[in-house]
Design a protein around this ligand. Structure first.
Ligand SMILES: [Zn+2]
Length: 216
């Protein structure tokens, strides 16, 4: 630990009342909104994945918080996002029988400039309470075109597949693997990662995300 962050609500940034907030990190207003409108209830289908789940809808305050988590050095938000994901994994332990957690890589340059990979932080925080290993299995190639610049689903899929590579020492053969990601939008990147993990021998791949773009 060591670093003490001011107690501000993760979603709206308001200062929290000093007493009784514990590690919740949400003000009562946002906590109610999360319960009422931000819980992801849509089924998520990722081609090649045995199953997939996301905790929250990527919209409104959740979207803003995710942007701060990724781009404004709010690494400690990983605790809150992971806390939203943990019950999903707990509910699925019997069905998924995970052997290990892995996470979506980000590019080396981005990692260098940001200092952390948000999906790795989530993966570690989700793995830890279950005593699961969280390991890197994939890398992102440098200088790949942006997913958002692709014109259609086929182009997105091709681009996503070109952007990822398995790590040489990734040991997933015969294992049940949970791939953790921050946001699932079209699912093309997750599908590409699942495909690669299957190609290097993973028996089953499940996808667990913090957030999902509604209606995609
Ligand atoms: Zn709030």
């Amino acid at each position: 630990m060591g670093i003490v962050f001011p107690k501000r609500c993760v979603l709206c940034g308001e200062m929290m009342p000093a007493a009784g907030v514990g590690k919740a990190m949400l003000c009562p207003t946002c906590a109610a909104e999360v319960r009422q409108q931000y819980r992801c209830t849509e089924p998520i289908r990722i081609p090649g994945a045995a199953d997939a789940a996301a905790a929250l809808y990527y919209t409104g305050k959740v979207r803003n918080a995710m942007q701060r988590f990724k781009f404004q050095h709010k690494q400690h938000y990983a605790d809150w996002f992971a806390a939203q994901m943990l019950p999903l994994l707990a509910d699925r332990l019997d069905a998924w029988q995970p052997d290990l957690i892995t996470y979506m890589p980000i590019g080396f340059l981005r990692l260098h400039e940001r200092g952390y990979n948000q999906a790795e932080l989530l993966g570690k925080a989700v793995a830890e309470p279950f005593g699961l290993p969280c390991i890197a299995t994939l890398r992102k190639r440098a200088f790949t075109p942006k997913q958002s610049a692709q014109k259609d689903a086929t182009a997105r899929q091709k681009n996503a597949e070109r952007a990822l590579q398995p790590l040489e020492n990734a040991e997933v053969r015969g294992k049940s693997v949970v791939l953790v990601d921050d946001i699932i939008t079209t699912g093309a990147t997750a599908a590409a990662a699942v495909k690669l993990l299957r190609e290097i021998g993973a028996a089953k791949v499940y996808v667990l995300a913090a957030a999902h773009t509604p209606g995609k």
